[in-house]
Design a protein around this ligand. Structure first.
Ligand code: PMT
Length: 405
């Protein structure tokens, strides 16, 4: 059974439902939220009311359902303002592609979109739509915009869809949405600790114009930096070349090659309590870097590569070592390789992810992790990398506790 460590929170949750088949799941969401002690008020778009009757939500929430922007029953007919003021959190679930587009562009032509503009509380959005609509670049741009504006995106999940297709776009389960809403925003579980994180790819030059690199975007490592900062830590981020802005409060050390990343991480490691190796470091670099552009030749050519130094393994060998967390990026035999790296590199924990698949891993907004430590493991389901990073940071804090006491 689902339980949030017995905490009852008297939160005011404003649930906004837009018109998708997943609206039926929102009934369960209301039930779960109320079970946690939350007060719930429900707003529905006209399309949402085609899928589920407002009566269902009225009965479950114990409050009348709102759907009209100009509600003459409300004092001064400004229901959107009083509802927005009442809410401790606004959750839009399901959020259709249309609703996402309206919110990201600041349109306010119905109660739901006007509430989004009027709300100054934290906003959570659980998208639900056909997989092709989800993958459409314009939808992804809208999601990025909402994230940029501080909205927490929950899901969506992968699986069978009501339209008969399979893919990414199912609304997250009510239990997951409830968990996000009820989570303490700042648990400060790393308060007073220093965290060193490596992120992004490395570039190994061949000559002045070419290099060998990989598909890492840095999103996972940067999300971890943000989550560690939110958990109260001081963060140093050693980053390969990426197109992301580092969190303002992190100390950023920019590097390019595996050798530069090695020097930067080893120099800083003993000053930190935790090291998380989320970077995709090149295992090999060209043995010789040409000083001039290598000219095209007839036939084949051969590159001689030499092994780079293993940053993670060397951090774990330091006498005053931080709690050392590695990543494992695998296309097959995930658990076997992850367990091998955990032992061989003498790590405290390893977070393994699948790469080379449609979803998750390199350059994706989402990821899933199988986390292993000596005699234990935990699966963190596919979700937004920011949410995943929060879960990994909490797990690291939990696993460190026995060491701190
Ligand atoms: O950056 P994103 O696009 O968000 O993608 C995220 C990610 C897939 C890059 C990330 O989740 C991830 O898996 N990072 C580790 C990638 C990797 O290099 O995995 P690996 O299995 O090859 O290496 C195992 C561990 O050794 C890693 O912690 C790596 O940082 C470390 N390593 C590897 C080689 C080396 N010379 N030094 C190292 O420290």
């Amino acid at each position: 059974m689902f339980k949030f460590s017995g905490i009852t929170i008297n939160k005011h949750i404003l649930l906004a439902i837009s018109g998708g088949i997943a609206a039926y799941k929102s009934a369960e969401l209301v039930r779960l939220l109320r079970k946690q002690g939350a007060q719930v008020r429900v707003v529905m778009t006209h399309s949402a009311m085609q899928f589920v009757s407002p009566l269902t939500f009225q009965a479950l929430s114990g409050n009348p359902v709102h759907s009209e922007l100009l509600d003459t029953d409300t004092e001064h007919a400004m229901g959107h303002i009083s509802l927005a003021r009442w809410a401790d959190a606004l959750v839009i679930a399901p959020a259709t592609a249309n609703t996402l587009a309206k919110c990201s562009h600041g349109l306010a032509d119905d109660l739901l979109s006007t509430l989004y503009l009027a709300a100054s509380c934290p906003v959570y959005v659980a998208p639900a739509m056909n997989q092709a609509m989800w993958h459409k670049p314009v939808t992804q741009e809208n999601i990025q915009k909402l994230k940029y504006h501080g909205v927490t995106i929950i899901g969506p999940e992968q699986g069978d869809q009501a339209c008969g297709e399979t893919g990414f776009g199912r609304m997250s389960e009510p239990v997951e949405i409830c968990r996000c809403l009820m989570a303490e925003p700042t648990t400060q579980c790393l308060s007073g600790l220093k965290v060193l994180i490596s992120a992004g790819p490395t570039r190994e030059p061949l000559d002045p114009v070419r290099y060998i690199t990989n598909r890492s975007s840095g999103k996972m490592g940067y999300a971890l930096a943000k989550a560690a900062l939110n958990a109260g830590a001081k963060v140093t981020l050693v980053s390969g070349p990426v197109l992301l802005s580092a969190p303002a409060n992190a100390e950023l050390i920019k590097v390019e090659t595996a050798a530069q990343m090695y020097t930067a991480v080893i120099a800083k490691a003993t000053e930190h309590d935790i090291y998380i190796g989320a970077a995709a470091v090149a295992d090999y670099s060209p043995a010789l870097v040409a000083t001039q552009k290598i000219k095209k030749q007839a036939g084949q050519t051969t590159l001689t590569l030499q092994k780079t130094k293993d940053i993670l393994a060397d951090v774990a060998q330091l006498t005053k070592r931080p709690f050392t967390v590695g990543f494992a990026a695998e296309t097959h035999d995930l658990e076997q390789y992850a367990q091998d790296k955990l032992t061989r590199k003498n790590l405290d924990m390893i977070a393994a992810n699948w790469v080379g698949r449609d979803l998750g891993g390199f350059d994706s907004e989402q990821n899933a992790l199988q986390v292993f430590w000596k005699n234990g493991q935990k699966t963190l389901a596919m979700t937004d990398k920011n949410h995943l990073a929060e879960q990994l940071i909490n797990l690291i804090a939990e696993r460190m506790e026995p060491k701190n006491t």
